[in-house]
Write a protein of this length. Structure first.
Length: 282
């Protein structure tokens, strides 16, 4: 059984900006470069549209906990803009609790808990922020939904952009969904069974999703377990930045306006993904 000290330490992971380790990120660059060039054979475009200064990168990701498209996006950011142009990635709190060793590495690379307090702290520091609004439901969405943008009705990133008056940079990818093929989400059935048996989730952590999938190293796997992505080519694209007509506190309080902004961003990513898919499969 883990000690109370280790449990408390793991629960604090991602709740500060100081854990980001520049030297650690630099040590990852050769590994990311090999994966980028030879394993995922990444094709990318659109980075020239990223404006100077702070931005809110909003994307959709795939491939389970390995999330290869996210890692390749991070690598592209650092190789193009340098490690000293910091970006923090918002990490789902449930994921951070379920795999502390991986979380410790993630926070050294710039991951922080997906909470308004941490997102604001990152922007207050002058850094940019990377957010995947769909969270684990996006990460583990079924293979037959691979061409659908999933934000899971989470509009918190819109409020963040309106408060800090930062442009939104849409980021999309195609191919990473084939590195781990999600057959379906059994969470409703598993939750119903656990409720019937009055059995708590392991570690008292509700996983939110319970995917059935094909992939390495498990073959056929069940549950949100760490995985080794298949060597599938990944295509990524950064779309032109999105700005809104209104910013500030009054805009943040206008629910209809927030919804309209949310739809604008969602639709922009969906149209971009549709186009990228056609180009790749042409």
């Amino acid at each position: 059984m883990p000690s109370t000290r280790s449990v408390n330490a793991s629960s604090r992971l991602g709740w500060n900006l100081e854990s980001r380790d520049r030297d650690f990120i630099e040590s990852l660059m050769p590994i990311w470069d090999w994966l980028y060039q030879y394993y995922f054979r990444v094709q990318t475009s659109g980075w020239e549209t990223v404006p100077d200064g702070q931005v809110l990168v909003v994307g959709s990701h795939n491939g389970g906990l390995a999330a290869p498209d996210m890692h390749m996006m991070m690598y592209d950011w650092f190789r193009r803009f340098g490690i000293d142009r910091p970006v923090y990635g918002l990490m789902h709190a449930q994921l951070s609790k379920s795999f502390p060793p991986g979380t410790e590495l993630a926070v050294k690379a710039g991951a922080i808990i997906a909470h308004p307090t941490m997102a604001r702290a990152a922007l207050d520091s002058g850094a940019s922020v990377l957010v995947y609004p769909g969270g684990v439901k996006d990460l583990f969405r079924p293979h037959n939904q691979r061409d659908r943008i999933c934000f899971n009705n989470n509009s918190g990133f819109i409020k963040l952009a309106l408060q800090y008056e930062v442009p939104i940079v849409p980021a999309i990818s195609w191919g990473a969904h084939d590195t781990l093929i999600i057959l379906g989400d059994l969470y409703p059935l598993v939750k119903q069974l656990r409720d019937y048996l009055k059995s708590p989730w392991p570690g008292a952590i509700d996983p939110i999703v319970f995917p059935l999938y094909l992939g390495l190293p498990w073959g056929i796997g069940l549950g949100p377990l760490p995985n080794v992505p298949l060597p599938i080519q990944v295509h990524t694209r950064v779309l032109p930045p999105i700005t809104f007509s209104r910013y500030g506190i009054e805009a943040m309080r206008d629910r209809d306006y927030i919804h309209a902004c949310y739809q604008q961003v969602h639709n922009t990513l969906q149209v971009g993904l549709d186009q990228l898919k056609v180009e790749v499969e042409r």
